[in-house]
Design a protein. Structure first.
Lengths: 571, 294
């Protein structure tokens, strides 16, 4: 149904207007693949980000499936303990540093300038540098596969990560990955901050900025605040490993707990770095498909900032089982509780946005609505874990594995998939298949819950994380087998979306400028947007500029019933 | 709420299905704790602190279940009830409702205050070791390491055992002048409060016997502390909970609780065994076979 919704044919678009400024001395841009390698266009960089991070997502996913295969039966013999520890470390590191954080930067790259009505990012060349640093970080890390991968987990706790226990270069490769992707993120974050502060369209005050932009801005400030801590920590680890220092070695007067503090001072804000832009994506999608404004715009924007601020004050809730004074544990329990308040506000605001709407059941909405449904489980288990005496039981068990996947997969990844289905028409000019999309959604949704819901129970019955096998009499077999079956469903679901993307690029239905009747400025330009994004940037008068424009057009000479198209777009 | 909801034939057809679903889910959640308690709650039953952790967990869980049902219920309801219908009216353009938003913010804060207060109520019993029972060993001759100051309020009658995590074994040092030690199996007397002084000699490990209370990290250069008090003889299994290298999954331990008399007999036997082993070692050294690693 609803091909009518997909609006106007490209041919009805107004003709290209004559350029008003003629530029001199410009070299012709190289075409083909060289054009991609040398580009500074934020849209091309954004697409390269999305493609590269999805390749890493597939790699991390294959590692996850190998982990699940090994654990499918008791006393598994598929991989050795060393390989297993390598897989665990690669999977976690890949998903955090090479997929979720940079894929959000990819969306930000493509859509921040478009949503605020800018020509490009503030520093286009710096933007290209960000992307290439990410690629080199990924290559440096994955090159370790040819020697020996890191085996200390994505957290690389000292002293296990010290050269006395893991002398091979794997941990060094991990350190270089943190340095390179960290630089990439900081450079990118500064770029986002400069762009968002300075280049918004006329009339787009702070109170009219799209919520996705609010979350990307917050994401950027959090990266700038948190990354230096981990950069310092991995540099200290590097000198511990190779230059004789003892920052984390108790035999030389160092302290392993210092590593944990430095790592988690970065590591917990990192969680919000990974989740807030996903919140931003669905805060854009839900109102568009409910045909209703976002409920409590100010509350959601304020909650974003509040979460970021509190997110800097909760790091030691990862350290409840370390030798630490009770008063410190109490502080971190209470600060972690506090974060549940702004998060809860967001969830209620999203439900209220859907409430009494006129909800169009399209694939982006499926993924967007799944986010609060799944994230609430991760949020509730997070509050349970914040009760530190309870954490003494649950810490480092599969309950935590389930919790973090409900937050980062149920939250971030479902949000990211919502973003892909929502913005694909803008990026390519074509629609993705609804049937394939919804099939992919349901397989992912069921597979995800099958994989991770039972892991709560595995943890509650005493199964620790990161063990490469377990005896038959432990009673964990059923949970693990269910989890493995679920993980393969999840993999198939993801694969269907990849197929959908590849098919739709070539043969998807033409999308037109504004297939969803969006609220924000990216829908004002053509799909895909021209290199200069906009010939004319309209003055922004509300948080939903496209709604204003459509209303204006309707009030004008347009015959009733046709979908409003922006008058001033070009190619 | 019903007044806000425009009813339609398709919606009323769906309602029974939805009600059944909610009822089934509710029944599962209500009946499950009794039927398959282990799947939804922590293991316990070995030591009072483990039981308290279990109780605290259940309280948090029972607070969480209604919130979970409320959020999921409203979300699913909204997605079914407020679908786009051809020719339906344009939805009201509501942008917010301050009293409502203040209400749910206050509600969330209130729930968290309740959870915090509950935690504080249970914290003392979980954290502080009680005194040993009347039949416990700590009052006897073995009262052991008096060299370490007791935390206030613990009654002073405990048995202190040092736990040392090493790749990939647990080593236990028992109090007393004989410096008795054992690996993997920790033998303890019943009805006695056993305080564990936990450390590690290479990388980080984490001490955890689920039925005997929470886990505590073993960090090189630090001493961490936890305790348990087993009332009936038995074996309690556990394993290292912090990734410590290739043998992490096999770094297991078990606590064997025996009567105080049997405990003393164990110490004596273990002392003799250690002595014999050391004599053998000394002989080997003399014979020039070189040192044998511990």
């Amino acid at each position: 149904m609803a091909t009518k919704d997909y609006a106007a044919d490209q041919s009805t678009r107004p003709q290209l207007r004559a350029p008003e400024i003629v530029m001199h001395g410009l070299k012709e841009r190289p075409g083909g693949w060289l054009g991609w390698l040398t580009t500074t266009d934020h849209k091309r960089i954004g697409i390269m980000y999305l493609v590269a991070t999805f390749i890493f997502f597939i790699l991390g996913g294959v590692e996850a499936l190998l982990i699940r295969l090994q654990l499918a039966v008791p006393d598994g013999t598929l991989v050795t303990p060393e390989t297993y520890n390598g897989l665990v470390s690669m999977h976690g590191t890949t998903m955090v540093f090479l997929f979720i954080v940079p894929v959000l930067a990819g969306f930000g790259n493509y859509f921040v300038p478009l949503m605020i009505g800018a020509r490009d990012m503030a520093f286009p060349r710096l933007n290209a540098l960000s992307f290439w640093l990410l690629v080199f970080g990924g290559i440096a890390f994955y090159a370790s596969l040819f020697w020996e991968p890191p085996m200390a987990g994505w957290t690389s706790y000292a002293p296990l990560s010290d050269d006395a226990f893991l002398p091979s270069g794997g941990v060094d490769a991990w350190i270089f990955l943190i340095h390179l992707t960290g630089l990439s993120s900081i450079v990118g974050a500064i770029n986002f901050v400069a762009t968002i502060h300075n280049m918004r369209a006329k009339g787009m005050g702070w109170g009219r900025m799209p919520l996705f932009i609010w979350t990307i801005l917050t994401y950027s400030y959090l990266l700038i605040a948190a990354l230096p801590a981990v950069a310092a920590a991995v540099t200290m680890l590097l000198t511990d490993r190779h230059f004789g220092t003892d920052f984390f070695d108790p035999t030389g007067g160092g302290d392993p707990l210092l590593w944990q503090h430095l790592f988690w001072f970065f590591g917990h804000p990192e969680v919000y770095i990974m989740i807030l832009p996903a919140f931003g994506i669905i805060s854009e999608i839900l109102p568009v498909f409910a045909r209703k404004p976002i409920f409590g715009y100010r509350a959601i924007a304020a909650a974003t900032v509040a979460i970021a601020f509190l997110g800097l004050l909760v790091w030691a809730h990862h350290m409840f089982t370390t030798p630490t004074a009770t008063v410190v544990l109490v502080f971190f329990m209470l600060s972690s509780f506090l974060i549940a308040v702004p998060t809860g506000i967001k969830i209620f605001n999203w439900i209220a946005t859907l409430w009494r709407g006129s909800i169009l059941m399209k694939t982006p909405l499926y993924f967007a609505a799944a986010l609060p449904a799944l994230f609430v489980i991760g949020g509730i288990s997070g509050v349970m874990l914040a009760v530190f005496p309870v954490d003494w039981y649950l810490h480092d068990t599969y309950f935590v594995v389930a919790h973090l996947h409900y937050v980062l997969f149920g939250g971030s990844v479902f949000g990211i998939f919502a973003g892909i289905y929502y913005w694909f028409p803008k990026m390519t000019g074509r629609m993705m298949s609804e049937g394939l999309g919804k099939t992919s959604f349901w397989i992912m949704f069921v597979g995800f819950n099958l994989t991770f819901l039972v892991q709560h129970s595995a943890g509650l019955s005493g199964m620790p994380r990161r063990i490469y096998d377990y005896p038959e009499d432990a009673g964990w077999w059923g949970y693990n087998l269910a989890s493995t079956i679920g993980s393969f469903m999840l993999g198939i679901g993801v694969l269907l979306t990849v197929i959908n993307v590849i098919k739709s690029i070539k043969s998807g239905q033409r999308a037109g400028n504004d297939p969803w009747k969006g609220n924000t400025l990216e829908w004002f330009t053509s799909s895909p947007p021209p290199e200069n994004n906009f010939d004319v940037v309209p003055r922004v008068r509300s948080v939903e500029p496209m709604k204003d424009i459509r209303r204006e057009v309707q009030r004008g000479s347009e015959p009733a019933g046709t979908v409003a198209q922006p008058v001033a777009s070009g190619t | 709420m019903a007044a806000l909801v425009p009813s339609s034939p398709s919606a009323s057809r769906r309602r029974p299905i939805l009600l059944v679903l909610v009822a089934v889910l509710g029944a599962v959640l209500v009946l499950a704790p009794s039927a398959m308690a282990d799947a939804f709650t922590p293991d316990s039953g070995g030591s009072p602190n483990a039981d308290d952790i279990d109780t605290l967990y259940k309280i948090v869980l029972y607070v969480a279940i209604p919130i979970f049902l409320l959020v999921e219920g409203m979300l699913i309801w909204a997605l079914i009830k407020f679908r786009h219908r051809r020719g339906g009216p344009e939805p009201a353009q509501i942008r917010g409702n301050t009293p409502l938003e203040m209400g749910w913010t206050a509600g969330a804060v209130l729930i968290l205050v309740v959870l915090a207060v509950t935690t504080f109520l249970y914290l003392g019993d979980i954290k502080n070791p009680p005194a040993s029972g009347p039949d416990g060993l700590a009052q006897g001759v073995q009262v052991a390491s008096i060299d370490q100051p007791r935390p206030p309020g613990s009654g002073g009658k405990t048995l202190d055992i040092t736990v040392n995590g090493q790749q990939f074994l647990w080593r236990f040092e028992y109090p007393g002048k004989d410096r008795i030690f054992s690996y993997h199996d920790l033998v303890v007397p019943t009805d006695t409060t056993v305080v564990l002084k936990i450390t590690a000699s290479d990388v980080q490990h984490s001490w955890w016997i689920p039925k005997l209370g929470g886990k505590m990290d073993a960090v090189p250069g630090h001493t961490n502390e936890t305790w348990f008090k087993v009332s009936k003889p038995g074996t309690y299994k556990g394993q290292c909970a912090e990734l410590c290298g290739s043998g992490h999954a096999d770094m297991r331990a078990q606590v064997i609780a025996v009567s105080p008399n049997d405990y003393e007999a164990f110490l004596e036997r273990q002392g003799r065994d250690i002595e014999t082993a050391q004599e053998g070692l000394a002989k080997q050294r003399k014979a020039g076979e070189g040192p044998v690693g511990e």
